[in-house]
Design a protein around this ligand. Structure first.
Ligand code: FES
Ligand code: FES
Length: 163
């Protein structure tokens, strides 16, 4: 049985034929669309390494069946920068050393982008830790991650004031 779905991934329409309805969004991204920035950590919804935005909301791509996402808009780490211009969250992670080995970083950044877009980051480090609690970091770079999210949220607030 083959199934045909259409997704918009990082602004580009993708028509995909699935041979198996059990293919996850994570495997589709990594193995079919060559978007390997989204990482596979646990493959069971426990680490957040596979976080992407689907229709603007954060999800664990390892838990989502691709077939259930026909028509969805998917944003991965590869689609975040505008050419050479990094997203402010990416810039903040670099400035604040919000990573060590980098394995969890794409998921952390996508989760932070989602948190800020949801209006849930605020200026309270504890609230950010709670909002990012689904994203584990084996290197323990949490202090820098929280600082980066605070910086990016501050910048987003300033841009909103100026606009
Ligand atoms: Fe998806 Fe760990 S790989 S949550
Ligand atoms: Fe190594 Fe987070 S930076 S797992």
């Amino acid at each position: 049985m083959t199934l045909s779905i259409c997704l918009t991934v990082n602004g580009v329409r993708k028509d995909v034929i699935l041979d198996d309805p059990r293919v996850t969004l994570l495997d589709l991204l990594r193995e079919r669309l060559d978007l390997t920035g989204t990482k596979k950590g646990c493959d069971r919804g426990q680490c957040g390494a596979c976080t992407v935005l689907v229709d603007g909301r954060r999800i664990n791509a390892c838990l989502a069946l691709a077939v259930s996402l026909d028509g969805a808009d998917v944003l991965t780490i590869e689609g975040l920068a505008d050419g050479d211009r990094l997203d402010p969250v990416q810039t903040a992670f670099i400035a604040r050393d919000g990573f060590q080995c980098g394995f969890c970083t794409p998921g952390q950044i996508m989760s932070a982008v989602g948190l800020i877009r949801e209006g849930e980051a605020g200026d309270d480090p504890e609230r950010i830790r709670e909002g990012m609690s689904g994203n584990l970091c084996r290197c323990g770079a949490y202090a820098g991650i929280v600082e980066a999210v605070l910086d990016a949220q501050r910048l987003a607030n300033e841009e909103r004031r100026v606009a």
